[in-house]
Design a protein around this ligand. Structure first.
Ligand SMILES: Nc1ncnc2c1ncn2[C@@H]1O[C@H](COP(=O)(O)OP(=O)(O)O)[C@@H](O)[C@H]1O
Ligand SMILES: [Mg+2]
Length: 336
């Protein structure tokens, strides 16, 4: 069987406060480790996604694409490569067009969570400052967090995104509307423990990896206790990761159940990572990463796999196996 690891151009950020953020090194390390593992069982090559990908993949008779493309532009960027592959009938790992599109846009994802009775923080979609008038009607209380609806890696979520009064809210909203795709998202701030949950599988056949708790208790005084861009980029050594998270059994089961329900509500496939905060024993889903990073020993989902018998190698083979089984169970069987 021939597998191609498909990568696109790494994104470099030039926005104020985020200059120089580059995914280049992270991508190169991910590809190197991934290729080492996949080559043990498959004929494995590395292909760069460009306008000729269909012919490149067909020329090499690729049976399965290991999709690592985050996308470059547009509001559905993560879904574009899956769309091209699906059009060409080429099987690929991970979520489909629908899943990536829903997960990438936090406003839509949270609408689906609400409609599926999955607890998620109260939120508003903000196109302009007039939308802030809904705050009172919807009984959303300060503090609230302002975030872009379709970014990741802490982009646009800064220390001053957590606001305690209307004046700072207004100022932050104006600033974010200038920098990011509207609508931006206003979300009720959930003060509580934070967890991230790795899920593998499809439909009723889901497996939850050991949960990670992300603790901000060691951050210097004066820094707000959430995973802001500043914390992600400058305070990694002061961010505590506990895996498996210390949880009593009831809460653990509740978090796992909520994460699985959210995964299926967005129609996700093969693997994803669900971000959760817990308040009064209720797990609130903040967002789902439908294409979580796979850098060995660094990305959360690889740490989770490292904390159980699966390990990094097992994780990668499991993703491939999930994709193959999924195609075997559908009418697209002939392509594998
Ligand atoms: N509603 C919320 N309540 C509390 N904290 C939140 C909320 N939304 C986001 N956060 C904090 O901001 C961090 C980043 O938000 P998230 O939506 O996961 O964006 P990203 O895609 O950048 O990871 C979360 O890990 C969490 O610490
Ligand atoms: Mg997140």
């Amino acid at each position: 069987m021939k597998i191609a690891i498909l990568v696109d151009e790494p994104r470099v950020s030039y926005l104020p406060g985020e200059e120089g953020l580059s995914e280049d090194l992270q991508k190169r390390k991910t590809v190197k480790n991934l290729k080492e593992v996949l080559s043990k069982r498959f004929e494995c090559s590395l292909i760069k996604a460009d306008k000729d990908i269909i012919s490149k993949l067909q020329k090499k008779n690729i049976n399965l694409v290991f999709n690592l493309c985050n996308g470059i532009r547009g509001e559905t960027k993560q879904a574009q490569i899956p769309a091209i592959l699906e059009f060409a009938g080429i099987p690929y790992t991970g979520s489909s067009i629908l899943g990536h599109t829903l997960a990438l846009n936090k406003n839509y994802a949270c609408k689906v969570f609400k409609g599926s009775d999955i607890p998620t923080p109260e939120f508003l979609c903000i196109y302009g400052k007039d939308d802030l008038m809904q705050l009172r009607d919807r009984k959303i209380k300060f503090p609230v967090l302002i975030k872009p609806c379709d970014e990741g890696s802490g982009r646009g979520i800064h220390q001053d995104s957590l606001v305690y009064d209307f004046r700072s809210l207004n100022r932050k909203v104006q600033q974010e509307l200038r920098l990011y795709n509207p609508p931006i998202m206003l979300t009720e701030y959930i003060k509580g423990r934070e967890f991230t949950v790795g899920i593998l599988g499809n439909g009723n056949n889901l497996e939850v990896l050991p949960i990670i708790e992300i603790s901000f208790e060691a951050l210097p005084d004066g820094l707000a206790k959430f995973y802001s861009f500043e914390v992600k980029s400058n305070y990694a050594d002061k961010t505590i990761f506990r895996c498996p998270a210390p949880l009593d059994n009831e809460l653990k089961i509740n978090i796992e159940k909520t994460a699985k329900k959210a995964y299926n509500a967005l129609n996700l496939r093969d693997y994803a990572r669900v971000d959760i905060r817990v308040k009064n024993d209720t797990p609130y889903v903040l967002e789902i990463n439908s294409l979580p990073g796979l850098q060995k020993g660094y990305s959360d989902i690889t740490k989770m796999a490292g904390a159980c018998k699966l390990g990094y190698e097992g994780l990668i083979f499991k993703i491939v196996e999930n994709a193959i089984n999924r195609y075997k169970q559908t009418s697209e069987q002939k392509v594998i």
